[in-house]
Design a protein around this ligand. Structure first.
Ligand SMILES: [Zn+2]
Length: 86
């Protein structure tokens, strides 16, 4: 056994190099899948097309930045927020 010495250094390098990258991952939080709890933070809004009934989900951020989405069923129906979602 002659090449096992580097493990501590490697671990330190991995921790120093990888963890900060994970911390800045642009997706936001990825935790919660295994906790059994409802996700915190991003709240998905349920939007429904009043014409065809298609349902989509997005976040308030997108509605504020991009505006209400328009359905492809007729190219002009605006998805409306469905307050009765789960
Ligand atoms: Zn539609």
């Amino acid at each position: 056994m002659t090449a096992t010495i580097a493990s501590d250094e490697l671990n330190a390098a991995l921790i120093a190099g990888v963890i900060p990258n994970l911390g800045s991952y642009p997706h936001g939080q990825l935790t919660g899948i295994h906790s059994g709890k409802k996700k915190q933070g991003t709240r998905m809004l349920k939007l429904e097309c009043p014409t065809c009934g298609m349902v989509i989900r997005t976040t308030k951020t997108w509605l504020e930045q991009t505006g209400q989405p328009i359905c492809a069923c007729d190219g002009q129906s605006v998805f409306e927020e469905d307050e009765g979602g789960e």
